[in-house]
Design a binder for this molecule. Structure first.
Ligand SMILES: CC(=O)N[C@@H](C)C(=O)N[C@@H](C)C(=O)O
Length: 600
């Protein structure tokens, strides 16, 4: 019979992202944001089960999608070439070209917050007039009247929820990734949702279940987020539900059934639950993916999720009493999940005895080239989880094993663990990475002749720092938009990040010594291994200057550095041709620097 060859790496170049979705109020249409045509655009499917068609053409990433409850328009947010200056557009219900609706100067941001029940008043948050703390405004879409609702202070203060009567508003002020204060503004005054705002905690996910009752999640006096309630009549806070060693990260309310759908995070995996508010029962729902990125509950009670697993790219699924149904068929070109690599979850002991969890993707024996890619994740207050990454499956197909430690500072292991990276970017987390590398050597998984270092963003920072301080461990290094110099980074981040910089990173004056010690650029002499640097020119988080300075300095000293700049990308590669260029450049670079005797 006809025989087909094993999947090639090029097949993994052809997998697509779905970054967001929404379902129309009567569930006859699904909209999603995807790069299936090569650039990010909004696609639609008429439900149930119809062929996807282009709904709105803008060639840009969209950060939200919202149907008018009356079916007169669709709202969407777009930025430009990854600059993250999102602005709000309207699209005809037939689809077409998005029309600017709430927009301003190109450097201003306009984030969608809430649409009134009648679809006439649009609440949004903007950097205009308050770039660091943000203002909330409401635009009447009938009259065009635009009013200030709240002026942010202390930290960026987005609007989180609006009561149905539009008389109460929940805001949350971010003082750090691990510290945000939620409060409700009513006709009677302003009230914090938690008992003491001075205690460091986070609150999020505020939902009005009635005009006087707010449910939300918080880790107030706890390691993990739990479900809490604030009663606006009595002004009391109550803990409602906690799930041992799991952190509730998202909640969506089903008003008809009076139940919440909750997504919890535990290490590298998410879990889905249904919580019945009336009788207090909690039920686990077995989800079809390991990581859940968005949940929407329709009026009918149908639940829609967007998620992915290590071997399943982004897809949208529907859940009801009949079980799960996959709506989108987003898959890797001609490759089944069984032909990909699912990671093992392993643990190792770090320098101070702390246990660190990590993902180990072992190359299949028939592909194995003997080399390992060591991947410190970005964030740093994020985690490497069981989600599909085209880059990982490309590397695995080419025979690389991949190791991803969730070093201290990672999310998913409790709030004390997350805080360990604050004002310590380069010591504890670096040593966790060093101990991970030693563990790989002890286990016989890798050796200095067979180890590559690749990281993006904070992971790129860690790659640069490890390269500068421990070059003996690696064959070659790839830095993807990594922070190279803490002194320049701290001043170049977006304005609305600036209020959190002290707690997150520190103060360049007071912490001068530490900033010097923890800046990769201090260790240029150690950076003796071949290096590839990749950077988006429009990156607003880690600006191009971070990569330029390290490349310029190393080149002026005659070191081997390749530099790939993508002119129309930001903090990530959203355009398919750019992504393929990045993968090909990286694969060629690694191939060139493999140990000759190991080559297959
Ligand atoms: C403020 C903050 O934590 N931002 C992160 C989401 C982020 O973008 N960090 C960069 C540096 C990264 O590592 O991705």
């Amino acid at each position: 019979m006809i025989k087909f060859p094993k999947p090639t790496v090029e097949q993994f170049f052809r997998s697509y992202v779905i970054s967001n979705f929404t379902v129309s109020p009567n569930e006859d249409r699904l909209l999603f944001s995807s790069n299936i045509s090569g650039t990010m655009n909004i696609w639609a499917m008429n439900l149930p089960d119809q062929y996807p068609y282009l709904f709105a053409h803008q060639d840009e990433s969209s950060n939200f999608l919202k149907f008018d409850p009356e079916g007169r328009y669709v709202l969407a947010g777009f930025d430009r070439d990854g600059d993250e200056n999102y602005q709000i557009y309207a699209v005809s219900p037939e689809g077409g070209l998005p029309q600017p609706l709430v927009t301003g100067e190109s450097e201003e941001k306009y984030f969608y917050s809430h649409l009134s029940e009648d679809g006439e008043r649009l609440y949004y948050v903007t950097s205009k007039d308050n770039p660091s703390f943000l203002n909330t405004r409401v635009r009447n879409l009938e009259t065009g009247k635009d009013d200030l609702v709240h002026e942010g202070e202390l930290g960026p203060t987005p609007l989180s929820a609006v009561s149905e009567d539009e008389k109460s508003f929940v805001f949350s002020t971010t003082l750090a990734n691990t510290y945000s204060i939620a409060f409700v503004k009513t006709e009677d005054g302003v009230f914090d949702l938690t008992p003491d705002r001075e205690k460091v905690h986070v609150s999020g996910g505020a939902t009005f279940v009635a005009d006087n009752t707010i449910y939300f999640v918080t880790n107030y006096e706890s390691e993990f987020n739990y479900l809490a309630k604030f009663d606006l009549t009595t002004k009391t806070f109550d803990k409602v539900l906690e799930i041992e060693n799991e952190s509730i990260e998202d909640l969506k309310y089903d008003k008809e059934q009076e139940q919440f759908y909750l997504v919890t995070e535990k290490g590298v995996t998410d879990y889905l639950y249904r919580y019945d508010v009336k009788n207090g029962t909690l039920e686990n729902i077995d989800a079809p993916v390991d990581v859940i990125e968005k949940v929407q509950v329709a009026k009918s009670g149908n639940v829609y999720i967007l998620g992915r697993s290590a071997v399943i790219p982004h897809n949208i699924f529907k859940y009801n009493e009949s079980g799960w149904k996959q709506i989108t068929a987003n898959r890797v070109l001609g490759v089944s999940p069984e032909e990909m690599v699912d990671p093992e979850v392993v643990t190792y002991e770090s320098f101070d005895g702390m246990e660190i969890e990590a993902l180990l993707f072992r190359a299949k024996p028939e592909n194995d080239n003997g080399h390992t890619v060591f991947w410190p994740h970005g964030g740093p207050q994020a985690a490497e989880r069981k989600f599909y990454r085209a880059m990982f499956q490309c590397l695995l197909n080419r025979g690389y094993t991949i190791f991803c430690p969730n070093f201290r500072g990672s999310t998913g292991y409790g709030s004390s663990f997350v805080k360990l990276v604050e004002q310590d970017w380069g010591e504890g987390p670096r040593l966790d990475n060093v101990y991970a590398i030693e563990w790989l050597f002890e286990q016989g998984i890798s050796s200095p002749e067979r180890l590559f270092l690749v990281g993006g963003s904070y992971g790129g920072y860690m790659a640069l720092l490890l390269h500068g301080r421990h070059p003996e461990y690696f064959k070659a290094v790839v830095d993807i938009f990594g922070v190279s110099n803490l002194f320049t980074f701290v001043n170049s981040v977006p304005d609305h990040w600036k209020p959190i910089m002290k707690r997150w990173l520190g103060d360049p004056e007071k912490d001068r010594e530490r900033f010097e010690k923890d800046s990769p650029i201090t260790y240029l002499d150690g950076m003796e291994k071949p290096m590839l640097v990749i950077q988006g020119a429009k990156d607003p988080r880690v600006v191009k200057e971070e990569s330029d300075q390290i490349v310029d300095k190393l080149r002026s000293e005659g070191r081997e550095v390749e530099y790939l700049v993508l002119d129309d990308e930001g903090h990530g590669f959203s355009k398919k041709e750019n992504e393929i260029n990045v993968y090909q450049t990286m694969l060629q670079f690694l191939e060139k620097h493999q140990t000759v005797s190991q080559k297959v």
